[in-house]
Design a protein. Structure first.
Length: 312
């Protein structure tokens, strides 16, 4: 299988990592292995532990495993980060660097059989691995209100009710069995002026929402971030690349709450005192974004945001 995934903002990430000492690294979202390989090539690494829930990651890890004895890949959900670390035969079970790339891998997106893309004809699947749900069951069996809620909550799609209604209407005639069918249904529901205004495919938010729900991505992320603090060394760094606003908000809130920053649950309410122990120092006051040259060479990087925090 050809590895088509390009690691996003890799130069920015490397710029934060220490070069003068040997480090323990966790690549919590291995994907195609671009981050792991670059870090092993450029830095002094004691141990690099990579995690990925997708079975295809094993294909892309073979080359790295053959070259680096200090590399390990575990196929599992990153919400089990502590259990994974405790199961490893490491002398030092704490990390200097924990890295996340929350985007969909190009290896997943470019494979029509996985059902992630609204541009390619494939089955309604969208499972990243280790998931009990699939997109076909959700689209064809969930009640209209439930569908609308999922599309609105996880896709922030303002036309969620219209889309859910149209999905139910179409599946009464015939089950919706592939990505192109779903994409065409959604396209009909989004007004033309919005298609031109937003300059993104009208099915983007709906596909995002279904994928997030299928893989329980929001809960996975929250659970994992909370556990990182137990396995991160003092002065260690958490680096997170996110690609959509829901994930970015979760990361931002996690950093803020654990850095002692006052926050508010809504702009309509007063600030709330944070009762959490201050454990993090925020390094990136505002998220970093890709350079114009990177966006030109890899258009899928255009929505990326990088946030970095340090354990104190």
């Amino acid at each position: 299988m050809e590895n088509s995934h390009k690691p996003v903002m890799i130069n920015e990430i490397i710029s934060f990592l220490p070069t003068e000492k040997s480090i323990n690294v966790m690549d919590a979202t291995f994907g195609g292995g671009g981050y792991s390989k670059t870090i092993l090539e450029k830095l002094k690494v004691n141990q690099l532990l990579a995690i990925d829930r997708d079975p295809i990651s094993k294909i892309f890890s073979k080359e790295i495993e053959s070259e680096y004895s200090n590399f390990n890949l575990i196929n599992d959900k990153f919400s089990r980060i502590e259990q994974i670390v405790n199961s490893m035969n490491f002398k030092d079970k704490k990390f200097d660097i924990i890295l996340f790339d929350l985007g969909l891998s190009s290896n997943q997106l470019n494979n029509p059989k996985r059902g992630f893309s609204f541009n390619n004809d494939g089955p309604l699947d969208m499972r990243m691995g280790l998931s009990n749900k699939n997109a076909y069951d959700i689209i064809n069996n969930y009640e209209e209100k439930n569908l609308a809620d999922i599309i609105y909550k996880y896709g922030e799609e303002r036309y969620s009710r219209v889309i859910a209604k149209e999905i139910v209407k179409n599946r009464k005639i015939r089950f919706i069995s592939n990505t192109i069918e779903l994409s065409n249904i959604v396209k009909k529901c989004v007004p033309k002026k919005n298609k031109l205004k937003n300059n993104i495919h009208p099915a983007t938010k709906t596909f995002q929402a279904i994928r997030i729900y299928v893989n329980d991505e929001i809960n996975e992320l929250r659970n994992c971030l909370n556990k990182t603090l137990n396995i991160l060394k003092k002065d260690g760094l958490i680096l997170v690349v996110s690609f959509q606003s829901l994930e970015d908000r979760i990361v931002k809130d996690f950093f803020n709450h654990n850095s002692g920053k006052r926050w508010r649950s809504s702009r309509h309410y007063p600030e709330l005192p944070d009762k959490l122990v201050t454990q993090l120092k925020i390094i990136t006051k505002k998220p970093l974004v890709p350079s114009a040259s990177e966006i030109n060479s890899n258009p899928r990087s255009r929505s990326a945001k990088l946030r970095v925090a340090q354990k104190i």
